[in-house]
Design a binder for this molecule. Structure first.
Ligand code: BGC
Length: 374
C-alpha cells in the first residue's frame, strides 16, 4: 500500500470509528488505563509482550494512537517478557470492563485461565501477531503470513548461493526463534521446507552438527526469549568449537532481527569482515539497527512486516466487533490452536535488501531518510 493510501485509509478508519462513538475521550499517559467502558467506543486492552524489542513499541503505539483518535479508551501494557506480568495486566483489563482485548502473547500456551475469565465477561479476544494456543476463548487472529516469512528467508538463501544451479557445498548454521512463541515453528518450517533438500543432498552442510530431521527438532536451535545476547553466545560457541583450522561459515539462517544482531556481533568478534567472505545472514522486522547493518553489509536481508498495516487491520476488527458487523478474515484453515481453527487475517511480508531500503522503507514512511543517513 502506498504511504498516501495508507494514511488516507487510517484517517478514514479513524473517522468511521469516531462516528460510531457516542462521545470521544483521550488518554495522556501510556501504560495506564483511563476512562471506563462507558466512554467513547469503550475500553480496548492492548497487551504487548515487551518494550525491549523495537517492533512491539511501534506496534503498541500505532494501535493505541489509532484507537484513541477514533474515540476509544485504551489500556496499553508491556509485560517485560514475563508471563505472570502479562496475565495480571490482562486480568486488570477484564476488571476494567474492556470490550475487546488485543493480546500479543509471550507464552502462547499460558493464557487459558485468564481468557476463560474474559469469555465469562463476554469480552472478545484478538490474538495479535502470535497465536494463543489451547483455548476456545480466542476469537480472531491477525498476523503476517508467518510461514511465508520463513519461506522468503529460505528462498533468499537458495538464490544467493545458487543452490538451484547445483552450487555448493556451503556451511550453514541454522537458528530458530523462541520455542514458546507459536510463530517460531512457522518461520522455521517455511525456511526449512526450502533448505532441507539441500541439507539432504549435501549441498548445505551444518558443521555444528545440529540435526533437524524430526518435527520438533527445530527446538534444538531455538533461542529462548528471542534474545540477541543468547544468539550471540550460541554463535560464539559454534564458531569456537566447529570452525577451527580456517573453516568458514557461509550462511546463517536467523529467523529475526534480534537474533541477527547478536549473530552479526559474534561474526564481527571472530574477524568476519563485510565483503565477499561475509556469510549470508537473514532477518525479520526491519529493526533500525538491522537496517543499518544491511547498509553496512553486515546483514543480507530482512523480512519487513509493515506493522502499521497490522494495527490498521486490528483496529478494523475491533470496530466490527463493537458494531456487531462482520469481522473480515482471509484464512480459516491454517491456525489451529489445538482447540479450534482461529479465523485469521494474514498480511503479506516483504523482503528488503540493501538496494531497496529507500524504495521500501523510506518511501513508505516507515523510516525517515534522516534516520538511515540517506
Ligand atoms: C514476531 C517477530 C518478532 C519476534 C520477537 C515474533 O512473534 O512475529 O516479528 O521478531 O516475535 O519479538
Amino acid at each position: 500500500m502506498s504511504k498516501k493510501f495508507r494514511v488516507l485509509a487510517s484517517v478514514a478508519l479513524a473517522a468511521s470509528l469516531a462516528a460510531t462513538s457516542a462521545c470521544s475521550s483521550t488518554r495522556d499517559a501510556e501504560e495506564s488505563t483511563s476512562g471506563s467502558s462507558g466512554s467513547g467506543g469503550g475500553l480496548v486492552g492492548i497487551a504487548m509482550p515487551t518494550r525491549s524489542l523495537e517492533r512491539w513499541n511501534n506496534d503498541g503505539a500505532h494501535l493505541d494512537d489509532l484507537l484513541k483518535k477514533a474515540g476509544y479508551t485504551t489500556s496499553l501494557q508491556f509485560a517485560d517478557n514475563k508471563v505472570d506480568q502479562q496475565i495480571t495486566q490482562i486480568e486488570n483489563m477484564i476488571n476494567q470492563n474492556a470490550k475487546v482485548l488485543v493480546v500479543a502473547s509471550i507464552d502462547g500456551t499460558a493464557l487459558s485461565p485468564v481468557l476463560e475469565k474474559a469469555a465469562n465477561a463476554k469480552i472478545k479476544v484478538i490474538a495479535y501477531d502470535r497465536l494463543i494456543n489451547g483455548t476456545p476463548n480466542v476469537d480472531y487472529y491477525a498476523t503476517f503470513d508467518n510461514y511465508l516469512v520463513g519461506k522468503l528467508q529460505g528462498e533468499f538463501i537458495e538464490e544467493k548461493l545458487g543452490l538451484k544451479d547445483g552450487k555448493g557445498p556451503f556451511n550453514l548454521e541454522p537458528f530458530a526463534g523462541s520455542s514458546d512463541d507459536n510463530n517460531a515453528k512457522f518461520f522455521f518450517n517455511g525456511a526449512w521446507d526450502v533448505l532441507k533438500p539441500y541439507v539432504e543432498s549435501g549441498k548445505l552442510v551444518i558443521p555444528s552438527g545440529k540435526k533437524i530431521a524430526g518435527e520438533e527438532d527445530w527446538k534444538t536451535v531455538s533461542i529462548t526469549g528471542w534474545k540477541s545476547e543468547t544468539a550471540q553466545a550460541e554463535m560464539d560457541n559454534r564458531l569456537n568449537s566447529f570452525y577451527t583450522g580456517g573453516k568458514k561459515v557461509n550462511v546463517v539462517l536467523s529467523p529475526n532481527d534480534s537474533l541477527a544482531l547478536g549473530i552479526a556481533q559474534s561474526l564481527d568478534s571472530k574477524g568476519y569482515k563485510p565483503g565477499a567472505d561475509y556469510p549470508i545472514l537473514t532477518g525479520q522486522d526491519a529493526d533500525l539497527a538491522n537496517v543499518k547493518n544491511i547498509q553496512a553489509d553486515k546483514q543480507s536481508m530482512t523480512v519487513w512486516k509493515d506493522t502499521r498495516t497490522l494495527g490498521d487491520q486490528v483496529a478494523k476488527m475491533i470496530d466490527a466487533i463493537v458494531k456487531g458487523t462482520t469481522v473480515e478474515v482471509n484464512d480459516e484453515k491454517t491456525y489451529n490452536n489445538g482447540n479450534k481453527v482461529v479465523p485469521s487475517y494474514l498480511l503479506p511480508p516483504v523482503v528488503v535488501v540493501k538496494d531497496d531500503i529507500k524504495a521500501k522503507l523510506v518511501d513508505s514512511g516507515f523510516y525517515t531518510a534522516d534516520k538511515l543517513g540517506l
